[in-house]
Ligand binder design. Structure first.
Ligand code: 4AZ
Length: 251
């Protein structure tokens, strides 16, 4: 997150940290995610390049985590039973179309995530709920605080962004025709806050009608907090049926 502030997982208890374990057992942070039910985490498909989704045993998911490089007292960590990428995920045009994926947590003693002050599920918006440009949304992540830095944020960070109208984001001086109907853009009018490398897969949550819903999955962008280059998010409301079909949840 660029231009944000240090946050706590207690104020974003649905945030998940996805790790990958290599052949020499080194554990590397891969992406953010969000807990949508006790056993399911929503994230971005591009977090699993070149068939790494078939290597479930290499991944783990931590919930309730404040500091990336420390094991939090309250955190809950799970192995992964299944990784489901969207069938239409496509980066052929360099724009991550259908950038959405699900991870099924492996239960421990018959249970997945247990709700407490640091671990809760996020609500998904109903299918036709539209997101009006101008509302304020929050993004959270453990990603870089500046584009090009070699290190990530040690702590969970949060920032505020506003959804942009599609016709603005599709202007030639923005992203032109790279923006499909499965995406929306969000940023600050002064370009001061944005998601950045390492934040992808994490949630964009907005208050609509007095309730908070996850409207976006952090997906991509040209640089971070750059003029005319807002963050691009997967439009979660396009995927209610897909999520229901894959998870058996009802939204
Ligand atoms: C990334 O590489 C990434 N500024 C995520 C979000 C943005 C840029 C890059 C948006 O994961």
């Amino acid at each position: 997150i660029v231009g944000g502030t240090i946050s706590t997982v207690e104020s974003h208890p649905w945030v998940a940290a996805i790790f990958w374990r290599g052949k020499s057992k080194e554990k590397a942070f891969r992406c953010g995610g969000s807990l949508i039910s006790a056993c399911w985490v929503l994230t971005a498909a591009h977090c699993f390049p070149d068939g790494s989704h078939t290597k479930e045993h290499r991944f783990s998911v931590s919930l309730g985590k404040n500091a990336l490089n420390e094991t939090d007292f309250v955190e809950q960590t799970f192995r992964v039973d299944q990784i489901i990428l969207h069938e239409g995920y496509d980066n052929g045009e360099g724009n991550f179309n259908n950038d959405i994926a699900l991870m099924k947590l492996k239960p421990k003693d018959g249970k997945c995530a247990e709700e407490d002050n640091s671990v809760k599920t996020v609500c998904l918006p109903p299918p036709l709920q539209s997101l009006q440009p101008g509302v304020t949304c929050e993004i959270v992540g453990y990603g870089k605080e500046k584009f090009g830095l070699w290190y990530r944020s040690q702590f969970l960070q949060e920032a505020q962004v506003n959804p942009f109208a599609d016709d603005v984001c599709r202007q030639e001086d923005y992203y032109g025709n790279k923006i499909t109907d499965n995406m929306f853009c969000a940023g600050r009018p002064d370009w001061s806050q944005d998601a950045c490398e390492g934040d992808s897969g994490g949630p964009l949550v907005c208050e609509v009608g007095g309730r908070f819903f996850q409207f976006g999955v952090i997906s991509w962008g040209d640089g971070c907090a750059k003029e005319f280059r807002p963050g691009v998010y997967t439009k979660v409301t396009n995927y209610n049926r897909w999520i229901e079909e894959k998870t058996g949840l009802s939204i």
